[in-house]
Design a protein around this ligand. Sequence first.
Ligand SMILES: C[S@@+](CC[C@H](N)C(=O)[O-])C[C@H]1O[C@@H](n2cnc3c(N)ncnc32)[C@H](O)[C@@H]1O
Length: 231
Amino acid sequence: MNEFQELSFSKCVESNQEGVHPDLEEAVLKYLKLPFLRPVAAHTQMAFEEANGFISLFSKPVILDSGCGTGESTRVLAHKFPENPVIGLDKSLQRLSKSELSQFPPNAKLLRAELLDFWKLVLEAHWNVAYHALYYPNPWPKKAQLGRRFHAHPIFPTLLKLCPNLELRTNWEIYAREFEHAASLAMPRLGIPMKPQLESWAPSVPETAFERKYLASGHLLWRVIFLSLSL
Ligand SMILES: C[S@@+](CC[C@H](N)C(=O)[O-])C[C@H]1O[C@@H](n2cnc3c(N)ncnc32)[C@H](O)[C@@H]1O
């Protein structure tokens, strides 16, 4: 498959799972009790310090775009919230380098970082995060890959505590169902008084490169949201 085909067409997610993973609840409950102790990677620590300097230039809370890929959604969010600093994070320099930075407004910043480490640093630093976009994370669809999905990983409590307004988008219904189920289990136990909502949806204009590809390929899209403010 050449690069054009890769960008324009995508097969639906294939999995040997037929529904929510039978081990999901056990993983979620286990990681509520076990802190995520992995040391922070040096490049992510530096990215965090750069982000800290950037957000200090603004009086409004932060918007995080985690796993931003080429940064299209970071640009969209920065235009939508012109007074807030919008931080797009991705571990892939290759994807980040495809962003057309000249079209980014000054309140947007893209950084190469490992999400798990960055989220930990954000929580420790008590950043005021107004909205967290988690658009089309890697699904890790094989049954044996459950532990690689964010909602079945020790980082999940940190992710939930980061921000009271989160939107997860995916083209794999099982991922959305699992995320909603995991969040419904964990949030009351973490004292977070919100109820995640799962819905199928279709944006009128795609906001990310993967969203465009999935829509063009006829996929159904799903999202899980918990919002304490109207955006
Ligand atoms: C399927 S792509 C979606 C990209 C973008 N959100 C979009 O919709 O076009 C998932 C992205 O998450 C990034 N990613 C996955 N795991 C990550 C991690 N642990 N830390 C940082 N980035 C990660 C990948 O590099 C990739 O760009």
